[in-house]
Every structure is written in C-alpha cells, then in structure tokens.
Design a protein around this ligand. Structure first.
Ligand code: KIV
Ligand code: ZN
Length: 390
C-alpha cells in the first residue's frame, strides 16, 4: 500500500441487493463475489448476516469462495448482530465486521430515541465487542453527511480507541454537496486524535446525483476507501458507482490515486450484475451504458472516425468494451455512412456515397436507427440503379 492507493469496498451484495426486486440467491451471490475477486475489489461486503438465514448462509459461502479480498459482514451496534456476523465470517481468510449506528440529530432523536452520549457509548461497546471476534473492524456513523462535525469527531476518536481500523462516513441520504462532503473528510483528518491509525472511507448515496462526485471529493481530502456498487445500484437512487469512481481515478492524470481494479473486466462485471439482478443498465449510464461509446450525430461521428479521442475520453477497450459504435440515425453524416458501408464490405466512391446518402436520409427520417441490413439494402438498390443508368 502507498499513500495514494484507494481501496475499493464493493457493497453490491449488501447495499446493492437491498434494491426491491433485485434479491439474489446464494449461487448468484457466490458467482458475483468470484467475479468481484477477479475484478480486483479489495473488500466485498457480502451481506447482513443477521437479516435472514439465507443471507447468513450466502455470506458463509462467499467466505469459502474467495481468498484474495477481505469479506465483510454488516451489523447494527447490537450484540446479536455482531455475533451473528462473526459466525457467518468464520471461514473468511480475511474477515471484517462492519458495525455502526446513526449519529445525526435526526437519527438519534427520531430513529434511536436516544442521546448523543448514549449513542457514543453504544458505538464504543459495539466496536469492542466486534474486536473480540476479529482484528479488522469497520465503524459506520450512519447519516454522517448530516451529522455535526464536532460530535462526529468525538465518536470517531472513541471508536478508534476501541479498536476500529476503518471509519465509514456515509452520506446516507445523499444530501451533501461535494465541497461539503470533502470538507467533512478534511475536518475529520485534521481533528480526530488517532486518525492516522485508521482509514477514512466514503459511502455516498445518489439521491441528488452526487454520489460519485462526493466520493472523489472525499478521496481528494484524505479518504482512502470508496464504498460503491456495480452499476451504482442501491437503495433509492443508488450508491456510488464502482465503474465511475475507478475510471475517474484512472483517467485523470491530475489525480495521483490508484486502485487494484482490473478495468478491462468492468463491462463484463456490469453485465453479470445486471443480468443476475434483473436490473437493466440505463443506456446513457457513464462507462457501462449501451450508449457510453456510441456516436450518432454527424459532427461527432466525423471526429471519432478521424481520431477517437476527439469525442471519447476513455478507450472502450480499457473497460472491456470491444469497440466504439457509429450509430446511423437521421443526424448522421456522409463520413459515418462511408465508414459503416466499409465495415459491411462496400468501399463507396464519392458519387456512390452521394446517392446512397440521399436515400439514407429519406429512410432514416422514418426509422430510429438504420441497421446494417437496412444500409445494405440502400447501398445495393442505389449502386445497382446507378450502374444500370451509367
Ligand atoms: O448508507 C448507509 O448509511 C449504510 C450504512 C449501513 C453503512 O449503508
Ligand atoms: Zn448505504
């Protein structure tokens, strides 16, 4: 590890699986965990063992199935949760218990009906109890995004003393702005005694579409673990997307951070999760959406055909997509028609291209997309007619 390594904590199998209708069976969880291991994820949050016997067993099986990543089980700050998580993790090569409690005024007053002092004591007790089972204990301060920084710092200082080695700062409701979330992480780095013994972790939800931006702001201000999911799936509007954060850190030369992720496996992992969860990926989803490397307007197509990086900041091969797509629509230009025609075996002359293009526009206005079969028909009918009249 160096100071610039960012650990990737994948919670697709826990926070991601909380999405209504996306429940996975045990075999599917194990299949995805194996893929996450290949992808190079550092920590897999495999489930919430106390939540159901099925999830308990799934966490156990994930522990048996993978060896390189740490396997983590979630618990509330409740002894039975923690003990159950420890039991489920007993076969893990590297087990981690993730325990915690709400720290915002809203959670303390309305959800937990408690006081700040009592919550602090419960947090410490939970970490100490978890520590009696495993060395690697992560503490989450639920709703940290809306928690007063001074109180949050007090809680974190106390749980570090109790043995927590990773501190998760969830923006549970997706409320923070990037600057605000980054400043929170910085404040904790600068004001929590003993913070150098722990890793600060981001865990951002996407209610305002800011989960990725907030996670990156967290890293820029001292966090060294990102909690995320494949395709950004998760409660409500979802969690931080693994593919987005990893590719931001990889693509931007001004960000000196790196992860262990083998980016070429991103697309296949995205497909696997989408299929097993029955959760389609929106076509315009960054990095893994069907249109992420598709170009349909004439101006863009002309640029990309001349040189890919005129309109693409990522080489699709880098994320396991085998090529960019030139999609033919009524907005396409001659360069795109010539390019696609060549791909299906027609090297059109300039005159041929002119007649094919004129007919293409008529056809394209009545279709959403002109596929290879339709293009072939246009080319054959137009070039044959031109040959007859010549
Ligand atoms: O969003 C959240 O606060 C969580 C915690 C349970 C870690 O998922
Ligand atoms: Zn969450």
């Amino acid at each position: 590890m160096t100071d610039n390594q960012v650990f990737i904590f994948d919670t697709t199998l826990r926070d991601g699986e909380q999405v209504p209708g996306c429940k996975l069976n045990m075999d599917q969880k194990v299949e995805i965990a194996r893929q996450l291991e290949k992808l190079g994820v550092d920590i897999i949050e495999a489930g919430f063992p106390v939540s159901s016997p099925g999830d308990f067993q799934a966490v156990q099986e994930v522990c048996r199935a993978v060896t390189a990543p740490t396997v983590c089980g979630l618990s509330r700050a409740v002894e039975n949760d923690i003990k159950t998580a420890a039991e489920a993790l007993q076969y893990a090569k590297r087990p981690r218990i993730h325990t915690g409690i709400g720290t915002s005024d809203s959670h303390i007053k309305y959800k937990l009906r408690s006081t700040q002092e009592e919550i602090l004591e419960r947090a410490v007790a939970a970490v100490k109890y978890a520590k009696s089972f495993v060395e690697d204990v992560e503490f989450y301060a639920e709703d940290a995004g809306r928690t007063d920084n001074e109180y949050l710092a007090r809680v974190l200082e106390a749980v570090i003393k109790a043995g927590a080695t990773t501190l998760n700062i969830p923006d549970t409701t997706g409320y923070c702005l990037p600057e605000e979330y980054g400043a929170k992480i910085r404040y904790l780095r600068e004001n929590v005694r003993g913070i150098e013994k722990a890793i600060l972790s981001t865990h951002c939800h996407n209610d305002l579409g800011l989960a990725t931006a907030n996670s990156i702001a967290g890293v820029q201000n001292g966090a060294r673990q990102i909690e995320c999911t494949i395709n950004g799936i998760g409660e409500r509007a979802g969690n931080t997307s693994l593919e987005e954060t990893v590719m931001i850190l990889k693509q931007r030369p001004d960000l000196p951070y790196f992860t262990n992720i083998s980016s070429k496996l991103i697309y296949s992992t995205s497909r696997l999760v989408s299929e097993r969860m029955g959760m389609p990926v929106q076509p315009n989803k960054a990095i893994v959406g069907a249109n992420a490397f598709a170009h349909s307007s004439g101006i863009h197509q002309d640029g990309v055909i001349k040189r890919r990086d005129t309109y693409e900041i990522i080489d699709p091969l880098e994320v396991g997509v085998d090529h960019s797509k030139i999609v033919l629509t009524a907005r396409s230009g001659r360069a795109a028609i010539a390019y696609r025609a060549k791909n299906i075996g027609h090297n059109l002359t300039k005159d041929e291209l002119d007649v094919v293009y004129a007919r293409f526009l008529e056809v394209a206005d009545s279709m959403k997309e002109v596929d290879d079969t339709a293009l072939e028909q246009i080319i054959v009918s137009k070039t044959a007619r031109a040959a007859q009249t010549a």
